[in-house]
Design a binder for this molecule. Sequence first.
Ligand code: LMR
Length: 396
Amino acid sequence: MFEPIQRVPGDAILGLIQEFKQDDNPNKVDLGVGVYRDENGVTPIMRAVKQAEKQLISDEKTKAYIGSHGDPDYGSYVLKTVFGANSKVLKDNRASATQSPGGTGALRLAADFIASQLSGKSIWLSDPTWPNHLGVFEAAGVDIQRYPYVDENNRLDFAGMLDALKQIPTGDIVLLHACCHNPTGFDLNHEQWQTVLDVVQERDLLPLVDFAYQGFGDGLDEDAYGVRLLADQLDEMIVTQSCSKNFGIYRERTGCFIAIARNTEEMEDVRSQLAITARENYSNPPAHGSAIVATIFNSEELTAQWHEELDEMRNRINQLRQDFVAGLKPHGLDEQFAHVAEQRGMFSYTGLTKDQVDALRDKHSIYMVGSGRANVAGLSSKNLEYVCKAIADVVK
Ligand code: LMR
């Protein structure tokens, strides 16, 4: 039976973890998979998370199922963090949270929901986007269309994006990155969000906002600008959220599918469907990550600690962006890479070609995604000069 089965290449991003491990060059640098790294190249467990875990070990009373929608406390904290405590949508009880196994799990819930309840609708993804967006929606059988996002000079192509959005058939779904666009790092400014909202209203589109990096761009509230603008103005939208990055709990698989409906009744209708979708996929979400998040939000002290650590991570990345451009100056490349300092989030679409990325790996043991996406958090004061020199080598 298994004989005709073909071997397929592994995931382009996750595959880099293994390749990097196998490289025995002591100077190797990992700018691949999107996990935060500190100055020593370690992905640390946040102190607030460690503290919450200690508390959980002693206080946790049961390991029974938490239900298809997950922990209601967690859901309620996520809704407040995403939309803001004074959100009109929350006051009107129009938003539903379904805890999911990570942001990817939330996307899969969204994909299955679209396939089963909004059948015939296409989803429009930015080009480029996180490659797994394609995998998840394709696996659920949702038709995928693309809108441009980056021009040939490796800058945000807002005019191209807008032209394409204006052509999208009424009722289709458009996936927008709330902040820290993956893979490019190019985000929309306030005016551009308003323009996107206008088109979404004109064309009666359903936005699906993927919110995996809240707090990694300019701040928790600042990064939520677009999501909150849309939520305040639209009757319906979907948000897929992740705590992987901003709580550093990647392997605990902690995310949330959020649906906003026109009123509480319709929200409950959608919510009932999500319980079934979750049940059919994995029944109940894992509980440890959501318990960590809820424990942190339940304590003013731990919440303050978490804010402080999140600020530290964001400030480090934004500083590294400046240092990187400065480090390229002696090589005469600071102007060519000036955009890196303006991008936001974990990633930079560097503009390096596939051949240059391959040369960086083969000659210098520097690993990044073939598209030229670099995880800026993988840089440090220890490897910055080495990386800049290697880039100068492959670019010239
Ligand atoms: C990334 O883009 O590197 C992260 O979101 C990790 C992943 O699952 O691909």
